[in-house]
Design a protein around this ligand. Structure first.
Ligand SMILES: NC(=O)c1ccc[n+]([C@@H]2O[C@H](COP(=O)([O-])OP(=O)(O)OC[C@H]3O[C@@H](n4cnc5c(N)ncnc54)[C@H](O)[C@@H]3O)[C@@H](O)[C@H]2O)c1
Length: 513
């Protein structure tokens, strides 16, 4: 089983961060030094004192190699555990290594507070640590996945590691992993198998089917799974009860039962409708999301909201029904039309505004930069959504901040007859709502302008089209599900990185330019 190995100089917090990371990912933690001590029946200091450092390193190698038979775990390694080539070869072929790195001052501060004995650093901590770091400089620098742990809490560092790994576990509503993996669809058979998921029926749309259906069926076959494929027409216009009915009939034809699995392969429309069909068919079958648009990767596939539209409004019918796995394969973004990619970037900017100013700043670098750095963008944006839905899975409060831009956005999308894409409508909605926030003095002057900057850089629209009748937009906002006691609860930006929920009665104000 592939493990997650945490490595780095003494004092970087491998054990503490490892404990938190293991809890987040619902994996066991193995602290290699503690395991060596347990196996040897004595502390490391005594092994070194009685048998010498070479003997300790031999113990280290044999203990490490024995992990080949363990289930997937987070493994905190000793600070010199990978100095031996054979150890390094072993970990690199049995998982991923994350190097934790920090400034000398940070390490000294932490080690001085640490009650644990470090036999190789005793007597002269400052001098010995400095020379150890100098000696191992090239060694540590040679690891690709590095996380700087200075000035951050262990919790923040554990989150950063998840972003680097592209690996999250959600547990507030259902239990499932969300994984970002290049060429991940080639492993979907194994991923299903390892989760006890069987008899897959793939629901996809006509555009996505061309590129990925065969690939996924091949991967499923190689894991000894036969699958069925059902293709629906593409587009929001088909996120209807009529399409759900067709999907249910297709499920019946394939013989899908409660032991089976629905794979939703596609953008947010396919995810919403296939997830909803899965949640209602024979009172619920397992489903797996394979989002293929940027929007679906960073938003729609996460959080267990499934649903369909009515002619009166979007997503008016639906259920909370979490998937068993979300797999985002970055390769899918290669076939995605640029307009769809740009549409998805609106949700990325939104996540930046809600709680990740650094992500927001990355978006101001423009479309070309973003297109070359999609991996970082996807992982960071996913992390924002996951953090929010883990805190408030059923939208009793804080999760509603994710509706930023959506109250005006949904209305614009609907009244435009879906000529505007979801992300485009959200972009327009975010600007309109930022202006509303300024008018209500929820935000300071200039915020809407700041928000316009990355949106325009990325090629997103920022004005409500003049031809959309204002009365229809207001009517659409009133039907929106966020209405409570006649007022509409808006998620309004306060500053970049902070959003508040504010009740607004005068909806005209939200449409003023
Ligand atoms: N459930 C949630 O929490 C949630 C959150 C946000 C949005 N949504 C919903 O998501 C929907 C919008 O999702 P979307 O923007 O992904 O739209 P979409 O699913 O309609 O996909 C956009 C277009 O891209 C095509 N496509 C998808 N992946 C492709 C690929 N890899 N290569 C080539 N073409 C591809 C599709 O066929 C479609 O034509 C809306 O219905 C919205 O309400 C749901």
């Amino acid at each position: 089983m592939p493990h997650i190995f945490l490595y780095g100089p003494p004092g970087t917090g491998k054990s503490t961060i490892g404990k938190i990371l293991a809890r987040y990912l619902k994996l066991p933690l193995i602290d290699l030094d503690r395991l060596i001590e347990k196996n040897a029946g004595m502390p490391i200091s005594l092994i070194i004192e009685q048998q010498g450092e070479l003997m300790f390193r031999n113990f280290e190698t044999s203990t490490l190699k024995a992990l080949a038979d363990e289930t997937e775990s987070v493994v905190a390694l000793g600070g010199g555990a990978l100095l031996r080539d054979e150890n390094r070869l072993f970990v690199e072929s049995h998982g991923k290594v994350i190097l934790l790195i920090a400034k000398l001052e940070t390490l000294l501060e932490r080690l001085n507070q640490d009650s644990m004995k470090r036999p190789l650093l005793s007597d002269d901590l400052d001098g010995k640590l400095s020379s150890l770091l100098a000696k191992r400089y090239e060694h540590y620098a040679s690891f690709t996945n590095q996380v700087y742990v200075d000035a951050k809490t262990s919790d923040q560092n554990a989150l950063q590691i998840q972003i680097v790994l592209g690996r999250f576990h959600l547990s507030a509503m259902g239990e499932y992993d969300a994984i970002v993996r290049d060429h991940g669809v080639d492993q979907i058979g194994e991923l299903l198998k390892s989760r006890g998921l069987h008899n897959p029926v793939i629901v996809t749309d006509e555009n996505v089917a061309k590129f990925y259906a065969e690939k996924i069926m091949t991967s499923l076959r190689s894991a000894d799974m036969d699958s069925h494929l059902f293709t629906i027409p593409a587009g929001e216009g088909y996120k209807t009860l009529d399409t759900v009915r067709q999907i249910w009939h297709a499920f019946l034809k394939t013989g899908l039962d409660r032991q089976g699995t629905v794979i939703a392969l596609g953008g947010g429309v396919v995810g919403d409708i296939a997830g909803f069909a899965a949640s209602t068919f024979v009172r619920g079958v397992s489903w797996v999301g394979i989002p293929t648009t940027l929007l679906a990767m960073v938003d729609a596939s996460l959080g267990g909201k499934t649903g369909i539209d009515l002619s009166e409004g979007k997503n008016l019918i639906g259920s909370f029904y979490p998937p068993k796995l979300v797999l985002a394969d970055l390769q899918a973004l290669k076939s995605l039309p640029e307009t769809e990619l740009i549409s998805g970037l609106a949700e990325v900017v939104k996540h930046g505004i809600i709680s990740d100013p650094q992500l927001f700043n990355l978006c101001t670098r423009g479309l070309d930069w973003v297109k070359c750095n999609l991996e970082e963008i996807v992982k960071r944006a996913m992390a924002v959504k996951i953090k929010i839905i883990e805190e408030d899975p059923y939208e009793r409060g804080f999760r509603a901040t994710l509706n930023l831009g959506h109250t005006v956005g949904h209305a614009v999308e609907l009244v435009s007859g879906f000529r505007l894409r979801h992300g485009e409508a959200v972009s327009i909605g975010m600007v309109a709502e930022a202006k509303l926030a300024e008018r209500l003095t929820v935000a300071g002057k200039g915020l809407s302008e700041a928000i316009c900057e990355p949106l325009s850089e990325l090629g997103l629209p920022i004005h409500i089209p003049k031809e959309l009748p204002r009365e229809e937009l207001i009517r659409a906002m009133r039907v929106d599900k966020k209405k409570s006691n006649g007022v509409i609860r808006f998620a309004l930006p306060v500053e970049i990185g902070k959003v508040d929920l504010v009740d607004v009665a005068d909806l005209e104000m939200a449409l003023e330019d």
